[in-house]
Write a protein that binds this ligand. Structure first.
Ligand code: FMN
Length: 626
């Protein structure tokens, strides 16, 4: 199964002052990749099974054996349910579902939306759920679980709605984000509030520490309590007389490192000609024309599933022609959409795959892209009683293969382990050939994502400290446009707090994004200070955190101002952490010259407390990505 197409978000929506034109700054973040040549599979005629092929054959035989055995044993199953935006939680869940059989457990992986909250609420006791939940945006729930999440949070639910549920939860997150683990924690709390009981320890895996060892240890410890919990349902228990799990025998040890195969849970059903023709017809109008767009008058209606098709009215390269970096400034015409994003909101762009890439994939697989399919539970998958579960909802089936591959599948990312495993199983005689290409479109399907607390303060009294190296600077154009407006409206410019911008690029001539515009803000008095770290202009690297430390004396009193706001936008892998450390150094007097005058120097503990209190009050906000 191919994953859902990733949704890109780009920062930098401006005040949209100019009649439905939305400006965004876009880095070349979505570039289909060509697999390493060595990854392409060798072709036909394999006379004797050797190496990997023999291992696969053995695994297949074992799978057939355990499938036969499973028929005669238990039927209770665990739901391994994921909330995943970029595929990590999904991949972990798939891997677990694939491995479950080896531990004598029947399990099915699906997204929260596929499971459905209402369906879960009606399941018999005990229903066993293993939840793997990532956070996205600013502590937001991933798209594939948003409707489940919204249902779960309804206040009208009785406190015993999930009393029949036994569950555990693995949270995925990144402690660089202000709302660390917001989604998994919300799931945990709400499940328990609704009566669900924990059967195994909760765990949180932080990207900053590296999630793999934590996830692996948690999964390894899960099987015994999971099996025990499933057995608690005497009527459909897994037999305790079952043979030892293959994982425990010598053969399995030899195969260690080969991921288990994800059980097939869906079957495609081909539509007959007249029904297929209707679907193909409908797909022609997938991009709505003017009349359909006019029906939407409220920008909030547009989502990743139903985006607004905005036309591109301007595309301009911001980085120098000879730079190996491509940074584009795009302006989109959103007239008629009713969208009115605020500075700090981001724009979701639903990418579509390059038609040539889709055609190449279809040709390689020998598929007719015009064949139309719907999706049903696979026989023996245990989902036949799926009820109102909508399998693979991201495909919007019934649809043609061509449509699914163009709009709803990610066919350009490097394949994940589970997909390679599936390909090894199913397509060992096929050669996948893809070609590297950027995709070009006239129109872009877009929708607005709220920036949450990442938005300009509504007042001017406190200082605004904005830190945005690289393309992280983009939203601060919007912030400063808003500030200009506030200053004009308030006519109290003289009492406004200061506004500082720290940004960074390689060299002035190469990638000083919106440099002239920011200098104009300074000239107009809208921006009090502009500090630019040119990382490659001198003999040693200079980054924003260095400039923050350099400016410690003047910055410290601003940071401790009771109405100060600090905004950070950009790289979450290193920058956000390094900037945080620099801010602590400023507050503790460890950086640069001692703070002037009456500015208080804080102890390390007080400085950390100060920043965390600011974060809690929405005055230290980060919009970062890794
Ligand atoms: C755009 C973006 C926003 C994120 N927001 C948060 C967040 O608010 N809180 C958090 O703890 N982690 C956040 N993360 C980290 C992810 O939860 C983490 O990388 C997780 O492993 C992703 O899992 P997934 O691939 O299943 O979506 C964010 C990651 C990205 C890329």
């Amino acid at each position: 199964m191919l994953a859902a197409v990733r949704v890109l978000t780009v920062s930098g929506a401006t005040e949209t002052a100019h009649g439905g034109l939305l400006e965004i700054c876009l880095t070349a973040a979505y570039s289909p990749q060509t697999p390493q040549q060595g990854q392409e599979e060798a072709s036909a005629k394999v006379p004797k099974l050797v190496g990997g092929a023999s291992i696969l054959a053995r695994l297949r035989a074992e799978r057939a054996k355990s499938a036969a055995k499973a028929k005669s044993t238990a039927s209770a199953r665990a739901y391994i349910v994921y909330a995943s935006q970029t595929g990590t939680a999904n991949e972990i869940a798939n891997g677990m579902a694939a491995e479950a059989g080896q531990h004598g457990v029947k399990a099915q992986a699906m997204s929260c939306n596929e499971l459905g909250f209402e369906k879960l609420a009606k399941m018999p006791a005990p229903t066993v759920v293993v939840l793997i939940a990532a956070s996205t945006g600013d502590g937001d729930c991933p798209d594939n679980s948003a409707s489940f999440f919204a249902h779960m949070k309804r206040r009208s639910l009785e406190s015993n709605t999930l009393a029949h549920v036994r569950f555990t939860c693995l949270g995925l997150g990144d402690s660089n984000y202000t709302r660390f683990m917001a989604v998994s924690r919300a799931f945990r709390t709400r499940f328990q509030d609704l009566g669900a009981q924990r059967f195994y320890d909760f765990k949180e895996a932080d990207e900053v520490d590296g999630i793999e060892p934590i996830v692996e240890a948690w999964v390894a410890g899960l099987w015994a309590p999971l099996k025990q919990t499933l057995q608690a349902d005497a009527s459909s228990a897994v037999q305790s007389t079952e043979a030892p799990a293959p994982a425990a025998n010598g053969q399995a040890q030899k195969d260690a490192g080969i991921p288990a195969l994800i059980p097939c849970r869906v079957a495609l059903q081909w539509l007959e000609a007249s029904q297929a023709a209707r679907v193909l017809d409908a797909e022609k109008s997938y991009r709505p024309g003017g009349s359909e767009i006019a029906q939407h008058t409220n920008g909030a209606n547009f989502t990743a599933d139903q985006p607004f098709w905005a036309s591109l009215s301007c595309a301009q390269r911001l980085s120098a022609q000879d730079s190996d970096r491509t940074v584009l400034h795009l302006e989109l015409d959103t007239s008629g959409s009713g969208m009115s994003p605020d500075p700090g909101d981001s724009l979701g762009v639903v990418p579509q795959n390059d038609p040539d890439l889709v055609a190449a994939l279809l040709a390689r697989l020998g598929w007719d892209g015009r064949r139309v399919f719907s999706v049903a539970p696979a026989a023996g998958s245990g989902s036949e009683d799926g009820g109102d579960t909508k399998l693979l909802p991201h495909l919007h089936w019934p649809c043609s293969i061509q449509h699914a591959l163009t709009y709803h599948c990610d066919i350009a990312s490097p394949p994940r382990k589970s997909l390679l495993r599936l390909l090894a199983e199913q397509a060992s005689m096929q050669r996948l050939s893809v070609k590297e290409n950027g995709h070009a479109s006239v129109q872009l399907p877009v929708f607005v994502r709220s920036g949450g607390a990442f938005k300009p303060p509504s007042t001017l009294t406190g200082p605004w400290i904005m830190i945005g190296p690289g393309t992280g600077v983009a939203p601060f154009r919007g912030f400063l446009q808003r500030r200009r407006k506030l200053l004009h409206q308030s006519s109290a410019g003289h009492s406004a707090g200061q506004a500082w911008l720290f940004c960074g690029c390689r060299r002035r001539q190469e990638d000083f994004l919106y440099g002239q515009e920011f200098q104009r803000f300074v000239a107009e008095g809208i921006l009090s200070r502009l500090h630019v770290a040119f990382s490659r202009a001198g003999p040693s690297k200079v980054y924003v955190q260095h400039l923050i430390r350099e400016q410690a004396a003047a910055l410290a009193p601003l940071l401790t101002h009771p109405e100060a706001h600090i905004f950070i936008c950009g790289d979450g892998t290193h920058m956000a952490r390094d900037v945080h450390a620099a801010l602590l150094d400023v507050l503790t007097g460890q950086a640069g010259a001692k703070a002037a005058g009456d500015s208080e120097v804080l102890s390390a503990a007080k400085a950390a407390e100060h920043l965390s209190a600011m974060a809690g009050q929405g005055r230290y906000v980060r919009d970062i990505w890794s």
